[in-house]
Design a protein. Structure first.
Length: 367
C-alpha cells in the first residue's frame, strides 16, 4: 500500500519524515509557532501524554478482510473521520496559505476548517475550491460584523460555521515572546474586546437567526457541552487549542468521555489535541468521537511539501488506521467500544513530537 505501481517508494513513507523535512524548510519562527504552547507548555505535553496512556485490547479470529476507514460527518461521506483543523497564519507556511489544505482535503476526501486568521480569506478559498468546507471565526467585531461573516459563509456554500470560544485572552506563548515574534495574523490583530464579551446570549441569537450547522471549538467540560446542547449547537469541538491557551489544563482526550456523554444524541463531537498517529484517531473513535481535528500534523505536512504532502500524510494515516483496526479485530468504527481500550503507563516523556521516536535515532540524521 505504500509502494506505487512501479514498485518505487514514495517521498514520504512514515509520518516522522514530515516533521524532519518541515524543520529543515520552515523558518525558526514559524516552526516554534507551530510546535509551541502556552507558558510552561504543560497542557501541550498532557495532550500527548493522555493519548499515550491509552492502550489497546485486541480481539482475534474475526474476519477483517474488508475494513471501512470512512465515516460521515456534517452530512458528508469522508474517506477518514478527519478535519484539517483551523490554523492561523497559514500564509507563513506556504505562499498560497489556506488554499493548500483546502485543496488537499478535496484531493483526499476529508474536510478543511478554514481559519478566519489565514489568507486568502473566506471568498477566495470558496471560489478556488468547489468542495465542502467549514469556516471558523474569531470574534473581532460587533453583532453586525459577526452576522456578516455568517451570511458570507452561507452565500459561499460553507457547510458549517465554527466559533472559537477558548480565546477570550491570548495565551502567553513564550517561544514566540522570547524571539519577539508575531505571526502575520497577530501583527494585524485588533478588537479582541469583542471576544471578551461574546457569550451564550450571542449563541442563542445566532442560532435563532441562521440556518447553518454551528460548531463551538474549545469546549473542555461536560458543563459547557451541556450548555452547547441546550443552545442547539450541532457540533461540540473538544479542544484546548493545542495547549496554546490555558496552561495546566487536561489532556484533550481526557475530556472526551464526559463531553460525549453530555452531547448524547443531540450533537456530534469532534476533538483535537496532540493527534499524530492513526492509532490516536482510532482511540478517539472508540471513545465516541465523530471526527478528529489535525492541527500540528497538518502544519508539519504543509511545511514539508504543501498540498501534495498533506495528501500523502492523510494516506499514511489511512494505512495506520486500517492496520490498527484490523489488529483490533474490527472492520468499522461502529464496532469499536471502550472495551478495546485500557489505561497504561506512557513509555515516552511527552512533547509535541514524542509520537515519532525515530526522529531521535542518529541514522535519521543522514541524508
Amino acid at each position: 500500500m505504500s509502494i506505487d505501481s512501479t514498485g518505487d517508494f514514495h517521498e514520504f513513507e512514515a509520518l516522522h519524515e514530515f516533521a524532519k523535512t518541515a524543520k529543515q524548510k520552515l523558518s525558526v519562527n514559524t516552526w516554534d509557532y507551530l510546535m509551541g504552547g502556552a507558558d510552561t507548555e504543560t497542557t501541550l505535553k498532557r495532550n500527548r501524554q493522555a493519548l499515550d496512556m491509552i492502550g489497546f485490547r485486541p480481539r482475534v479470529l474475526n474476519d477483517v478482510e474488508d475494513i471501512n476507514c470512512g465515516a460521515q460527518f456534517l452530512g458528508q461521506d469522508l474517506r477518514l473521520p478527519v478535519v484539517l483543523a483551523p490554523i492561523g497564519s497559514l500564509q507563513d507556511f506556504v505562499e498560497t496559505g489556506a488554499l493548500e489544505p483546502t485543496l488537499a482535503a478535496a484531493d483526499f476526501g476529508c474536510l478543511h476548517m478554514l481559519s478566519s486568521r489565514s489568507d486568502p480569506g473566506l471568498e477566495a478559498v470558496a471560489d478556488a475550491v468547489d468542495y465542502p468546507k467549514i469556516f471558523q471565526l474569531y470574534v473581532r467585531g460587533d453583532t453586525d460584523w459577526v452576522d456578516d461573516h455568517i451570511s458570507r459563509a452561507i452565500d459561499k456554500g460553507y457547510i458549517g460555521f465554527a466559533f472559537t470560544v477558548d480565546l477570550d485572552y491570548y495565551g502567553r506563548r513564550e517561544r514566540d515572546l522570547a524571539k519577539r515574534y508575531r505571526t502575520t495574523s497577530r501583527q494585524t490583530a485588533s478588537a479582541i474586546e469583542w471576544q471578551y464579551r461574546f457569550s451564550w446570549k450571542d449563541i442563542e441569537r445566532i442560532r435563532s437567526k441562521f440556518d447553518i450547522p454551528l460548531i463551538l471549538k474549545g469546549i473542555a467540560t461536560a458543563e459547557d457541552a451541556q450548555m452547547a446542547v441546550e443552545h442547539g449547537i450541532d457540533v461540540i469541538y473538544a479542544s484546548n487549542h493545542g495547549g496554546r491557551q490555558l496552561d495546566h489544563g487536561r489532556g484533550g482526550i481526557d475530556t472526551l468521555p464526559e463531553i460525549v456523554d453530555a452531547a448524547g444524541d443531540n450533537a456530534d463531537v469532534m476533538i483535537d489535541g496532540g493527534f499524530m498517529r492513526g492509532g490516536d484517531i482510532v482511540k478517539a473513535m472508540a471513545l465516541g468521537a465523530d471526527a478528529v481535528g489535525l492541527g500540528r500534523l497538518q502544519g508539519l505536512a504543509l511545511g514539508a511539501g504543501g498540498r501534495a504532502a498533506v495528501v500523502r500524510m492523510l494516506e499514511i494515516l489511512e494505512i495506520e488506521i486500517r492496520i490498527c483496526m484490523g489488529l483490533l479485530g474490527v472492520t468499522s468504527y461502529d464496532e469499536l467500544t471502550v472495551d478495546h481500550l485500557h489505561q497504561v503507563p506512557a513509555v515516552e516523556l511527552p512533547h509535541p513530537l514524542s509520537a515519532f521516536p525515530l526522529l531521535y535515532e542518529d541514522y535519521l540524521n543522514e541524508e
